[in-house]
Design a protein around this ligand. Sequence first.
Ligand code: GLC
Ligand code: MG
Length: 245
Amino acid sequence: MQKIRYLLATDLDGTFVGDEAGLRELLDYYDSLPDRIGLAYVTGRHRASAMELISEERLPVPDILVTDVGTSVFAGPELVEDFEWKRHMTENWDPSAIRRIAGKIPGLRLQDLPDTRRVSFFSDGAAPAERLKEALSAEGVPHTFVFSSGRDVDILPDGGGKGEALRYVIGKFTEEDAGILVAGDSGNDLDMLMLGYPSVIVSNARPELLEAEGHDALFRATRPCAGGILEAWMHFHGDAASIKG
Ligand code: GLC
Ligand code: MG
């Protein structure tokens, strides 16, 4: 795959998707540019569910698709699975231990997922999620804990998450000084928004992001969803990307 010069790495639900007019405005703007803008979707959904959304919402097919909260990476025109990342995510990973520990905590409902590379739950508020986090640490189970939207709990392999997956994707698929923008709206986006790349929190973001501390290249949009991405793109790359190369 040819290395990407400009990359938008964006969450789907509530970020790229959620405001149809804003999305068309963003895509029309990208179409008007002399440089092609590479797309990476970085989602909590599993692959089939992400593909369904892409087709339902008539989204462009991305160059890279990161699914399951960063535990799976697919790339290229056929979106072929990246086996190096898969190997990294499956070594030292014991999902049964997590299910066993979670089974003792009331208020957690196991999500029905096609892949065991993450174990996710719906939590009745923050308390059961917090108890699971403590129990996993007490039992010394290596993991990454992600809590989003006051409800979704994702237990991922150690070194997993959207942030680590995106760091890997950027290292492997983009040019060294690529123009990057990372976009998100909820808790599972936090680690990728904090990598230090130009990043945007869209205005409709969940409280867990609105309260998060920033960094020098973190932009808080005034517009929701894709309109906020456009606002941030203009802020960071508005000049550079429009210079004909
Ligand atoms: C998406 C996924 C869900 C996950 C959540 C938070 O909603 O479908 O499985 O728990 O994102 O990452
Ligand atoms: Mg989202």
